[in-house]
Design a binder for this molecule. Structure first.
Ligand SMILES: [Zn+2]
Length: 383
């Protein structure tokens, strides 16, 4: 067993990180771990931290390893944010922390999971810290791609790139580590397109699988414009409910913490001088809710896109076992075959374009219902 076990399909990246652990003289003080969502960036960062602190280079069993992986080691700071931007006040405490020697371990490791969310100001604060690193501090920055990170920071960090892991490696991980039944593991590894976190959620949570099925069922259900409008409304509502469930409890928590911090009583009006603080928190929570809703919708659209990609493969005769390409939606092979028989490859491509356009419009802050409706209408059968 070792801390690297869970990093499926990342042999090249692991070799680089292991090398740095084995030879501290070749150590770099700032690392940039990049890879597509689900490739395991934050897992890789934690494994690296554990390996740096472990007396045996990452055995996966000792106290250093287990606490570093769990994010509770005193010398490992993991910063994850749901906010859309990492601000100066988020980064400054980290810079101060970086100046302190590790409490017991050999290194102090600071992991920033969303380095792509640094803005110009907070990025510059971080840059100064990276340029003059204390001898035993290691920064590990994570982002989807090097281009997502400020160029000044990128140029001073050592880059390690994670790839999309192979589908069968993800399925094997689910079977071996999570005890998922092999057929289900295979189906969700395909369905998630090798996104490990998503595959695990689909494997564990029957509701998540049911929601995904419902989204994909839209392709079959939409027969005309009225169905399309109805389906779009439903989809947006479900996304709202899902994101609300995910954020509600924490929003309330944060609010009562702020009230306590301000020495005010919840439910009573705040003195005018303190209202701007509450307003700032509420604005941030609103931004976060909007973002969560867009993420849920984007996931739904990615799922729909995968279905039409399957349809296109069948229409082009490129799908199948004999050297063909695997379907993403293995368990929906029948629907895929029906959709493929009822339309032409050109129509499928137009539908995929419509989904792509809707995703772009959502990313550009178009009202979700508007973007999703236009997409749904484009999905209806056309003679
Ligand atoms: Zn260990």
């Amino acid at each position: 067993m070792s801390v690297w076990d869970d990093l499926v399909g990342q042999e090249a990246a692991v070799a680089v990180l292991r090398g740095a652990v084995a030879d501290p003289s070749a150590m770099t003080h700032a690392w940039l771990l990049t890879g597509p969502p689900g490739s395991g960036r934050s897992n890789a960062a934690r494994a690296f931290a554990a390996a740096l602190l472990c007396p045996r280079g990452g055995c996966g069993e000792c106290h250093e390893c287990t606490t570093a992986l769990a994010g509770t080691h005193a010398d490992v700071e993991v910063v994850a944010t749901e906010a859309s931007i990492l601000r100066r006040q988020d980064v400054e405490p980290l810079v101060q922390l970086a100046q302190r020697s590790p409490s017991g371990g050999r290194w102090r490791v600071i992991v920033i999971e969303d380095a792509d969310r640094l803005n110009e100001t907070s990025g510059n604060v971080l840059l100064k810290a990276i340029e003059e690193p204390p001898p035993r501090t290691v920064w590990v920055l994570c982002a989807p791609s090097p281009q997502d990170v400020l160029v000044t920071i990128r140029s001073r960090s050592r880059s390690v790139v994670l790839r999309v892991p192979p589908v069968d490696a993800v399925a094997r991980l689910l079977v071996e580590r999570d005890g998922v039944e092999p057929a289900l593991a295979d189906a969700v590894a395909h369905a998630s397109q090798s996104h490990i976190g998503l595959a695990r959620r689909l494997a564990r949570d029957p509701d998540a699988r049911a929601r995904r099925r419902e989204v994909l069922d839209l392709a079959r259900r939409i027969r005309g414009v009225p169905d399309a409008v109805l389906a779009a409304g439903e989809l947006v509502e479900v996304a709202q409910a899902e994101s609300k469930a995910a954020t509600e409890e924490r929003d309330a928590d944060e609010k009562s913490r702020l009230y306590r911090a301000l020495g005010a009583e919840e439910g009573k009006p705040l003195p005018p001088a303190l209202r701007s603080q509450l307003k700032a928190l509420e604005d941030e929570q609103k931004r976060r809710a909007t973002r969560a809703q867009r993420d849920v919708l984007d996931r739904a659209m990615t799922d729909l896109l995968s279905l039409y990609r399957d349809v296109l493969l069948v229409q082009l005769g490129a799908a199948g076992a004999d050297g063909g390409i695997d379907l993403v939606n293995v368990e929906l092979a029948d629907s895929v075959a029906t959709l493929a028989a009822d339309s032409t490859p050109e129509q499928t491509l137009r539908r995929m374009d419509a989904i792509g356009t809707a995703r772009e419009r959502l990313a550009a802050n178009v009202a979700p219902l508007l973007a999703v409706e236009a997409m749904a209408v484009a999905l209806r059968p056309q003679g």
